[in-house]
Structures are given as C-alpha cells and as structure tokens.
Design a protein around this ligand. Sequence first.
Ligand code: ADP
Length: 510
Amino acid sequence: MALPGTSSGLHIVHIAAEMAPVAKVGGLADVIAGLGKALQKKGNLVEIILPKYDCMQHNQINNLKVLDVVVQSYFEGNMFANKIWTGTVEGLPVYFIEPQHPGKFFWRAQYYGEHDDFKRFSYFSRVALELLYQSGKKVDIIHCHDWQTAFVAPLYWDVYANLGFNSARICFTCHNFEYQGTAPAQDLAYCGLDVEHLDRADRMRDNSHGRINVVKGAIVYSNIVTTVSPTYAQEVRSEGGRGLQDTLKIHSKKFVGILNGIDTDTWNPSTDRFLKVQYSANDLYGKSANKAALRKQLKMSSANASQPLVGCITRLVPQKGVHLIRHAIYKTAELGGQFILLCSSPVPNIQREFEGIADQFQNNNNIRLLLKYDDALSHMIFAASDMFIVPSMFEPCGLTQICHQSLQHCWHLQTRIDNAALICFVNFIVFDFDDETIPMELRNGFTFLKADEQGFDSALERAFNYYHRKPEVWKQLVQKDMKIDFSWDTSASQYEDIYQRAAARARAAT
Ligand code: ADP
C-alpha cells in the first residue's frame, strides 16, 4: 500500500454538495464518504470540500474549527470573503466553506430546493477552486459530482488553468442524469465564466433549448467522466441520457460506468451501533430481535412474530415509483403484512398526499408512514424488514437496494444491510428468485417488468408465499443476499486506476 505523499499515492480532492453522515440527502452523500474512505485506505491522500450548511449534522464532525485564513472569491463582479472551517468526518479531512455573502447561501435550513440554487452552487464551486488555488496544494485529481459542482470543470480549465493552476486533472461523476442544472446563459457569468465563449453547441448550450446546461459543461470539460453503474452508463447513451446522449457519444472515450459500493463500516449489521442487536448471515437471531424492537418503538402490533414486515426508505420523487409505493401500502395491508415507509418529498403535493395517507393509518397498528429524514431509523428499518421494496422507474445505481441486501437477505435494491427480500422493478442488482434462465446463485429477490400495480402485486404475492410457506428457502435467500460483496473495494480500485492514468498523462504533459 502506498502512503499519502509517496510517489504512487495520489492527492484527490472531492468537491461535493453532500457527504454522509454530516450532510446527506441521498445516495451522493453515501458515495462521497464511502469512496473517499476506500481511496484513503488504499494509501491516497483524500480531502473533501463541502458547503458549511446551517442544517448539517454538526455532531458528526470531529475537531471542527475555523482556519485563520479568509479566502476572497469572485462572484457577480465583486470579491467576497469566505470563512474556511476544517474538521474530520468518518476519518476524512473536510473543508467547509462559509460564505460571507449577503445572500446567506448556506443558511437556508435545507440543502436544496431554494429559488437560487444555481447561484448558491456556482458560488460554492468557485470558492472551492479558489481555496485549492490559494493553498498551493499539489492536487492530482479534483473530483466533482452532479450539477451542483459541475461548474468546477469549466472554471478549472477556462479560469484557473490560465493562472498556472493546471497540474490536476478533473473527474466528474453524474449520479443521476435527471438533474442537469440548466439556466439562462447569462447566469453562467455569476461565477466568472465567459458566457460568449461557453454558450455554444459544442460546449455548454443545452442540446434541446437555448439555456446552458452545467452537466453538459462538465462532460465537455472534464478529463474523466463517470456514472454510477455500467448498466446506467449504457442507458444514458440513449434515452436515459435525458438529452445528453449525443454529448456522451462524442466524449465516449473518457466516459465509464463504475458501480457504486457501500461503506461496509457504516452498513454492517454485525457492528451497526444503531441496531438493538447486532447480527450476521450466520447468526440471524438478531434480525428478529431488531424486528421486535422496531415494532415496539413504533407501537406496531407484535402479536405475530412471523407477520412479514415490508420496508421502504426513499426520497419521494416520481423516479422512485410514488404510485407503486402508495399502492404497496394498501396491498401489504390486504395480504396481512406490516408496512413501514420512511420518506420525505421535495415535491409539496406529494408530501401532502402522503401526510394524508399517514393520517388515514394513524390508528392502524400494522402500518407506519414516517415522513421525515432519519438516518438512525433507516438502519433499524433495513435490519428489521423481511422484505424491502424499491419500485423505482429507473435507478442509476440504487444504494437502497444494496444496503438492504447486505443487511438482510432480500434482493438487492440498494446498498445496505438487512436481511429482507427485495421487491424491485427491474434492476441489474436484483435477479428474480423464480427466473430459471438465471443461475440459482444469482437469484436474490423478486422483480417485475411492467411498472404497474399488477406487476408489483405478483412480485409481492410471490415473496409472501415463500415467506409463509417455505421458511427454510427464505432463510437461505436472506443469508445469500447478506454475503454478497458490495464493498467499495473493487470500485475504488477502478477509480484509482483511471485517476492514475489521467495523472500520468498530466505529468507527461509538463
Ligand atoms: P437517491 O440518491 O436517488 O436518493 P439511492 O437509493 O441511491 O437514491 O440513495 C438514497 C440514500 O438515502 C440511501 O442511503 C437511503 O437509505 C437514504 N434515504 C432516503 N430517504 C431517507 C430518509 N427519509 N431517511 C433516512 N435515509 C434516507
């Protein structure tokens, strides 16, 4: 293993809008922490730059302190001061940027969903680069993620490289092509980008309308472009690219899909501090103890230990199959199971609708809808559930599946732990238990091909049947799922490899 600072260890800086567990909205946060830790373990020097959100989990940061420097950064024709804080999250060094700008960009009591998100994150991207530039650090790879920090790629090559800060190479990961960051072209000028130079079809102009598109800019300007699974990389080369397929084709040589892993320190049922009782694939007693504990905590019926518990943890947005999640609540009740949904929605009418459903089931001791974000509870639900549903319309990677599988048995829907069976709308991680065309050892869940209620029902009914009628088969399924390796190890090596090649080309160019 190479040590940081030695000839083969790389200096890698992730610039991102989220990081678990300190500032988490979804899978992006898990990736920053999980990939960062895996790269660090391999002997690289890894640092993270995040906004200093007022609403982040400050208690998850060790040694948080403000640095004795103020970084001045350009925005809308003026220079603004920024306080820089440092701390350690999950063993990784993190810089938190606190703008001294009257817009109070990160004092909004939420991470996203503000009217000026484009401004907020273009501001952040600029300061992050300014910080690296002023620090004189000799960074090998700057890795930016999603549209919020996609600005880094054109800023680096069009602004900072001209100042002599050009030894690093830029990697951009798009975690979901649904979100591309578009705005009127002139808004690019806020952070100092040259609108005339960039508002062109081969640079940052959106492929279907007159606005500029920041994810497109990052694809054009980065040295490496990745997405979160090889299958999704294929999908986005056609329809799934949401208008960026041609851009991806033009830049295909630098584009690759690398499957996300999960942080197996965080998502490990044998060490998970959020669980009532730790357990493993070889000792599943703890799983039923967690189920009993969660039922008690949520004041659910515990009359029948073998009444199946169906879990669902998600951001409630159309991509996640909101109509099927709603349907699953009623279908589970009809089949005599229990259902726990942990979710929150950035879409006000979806949030209101589910609040209404939660009210409707208030006095039903088999159904709980918890409309909030709660990390600790999510671990408990993954561990306690017998089955886990992920009826997403598409899933670039789907960390939920992986978590759930590694925790339980299930099939994979996401990335976590548990031993529940996964019920999933076609997913490359989950293979149907009854599909005889698939080798038995790969069959790990229940899938359905048509995203409608009938399709979902047939998968859920089959799962209930196995659960009730073939408990030994069910147990083997759980144990098999729990043993699948979803750690970051292999994927982090793939990242390391592409970083190394880009860094070698950079060295050869100087
Ligand atoms: P996405 O990134 O599209 O939201 P993923 O399935 O890749 O979807 O990742 C979602 C992550 O966020 C998972 O780790 C999941 O457990 C977590 N999560 C989603 N909603 C909640 C919630 N309400 N409370 C706690 N964790 C949540």
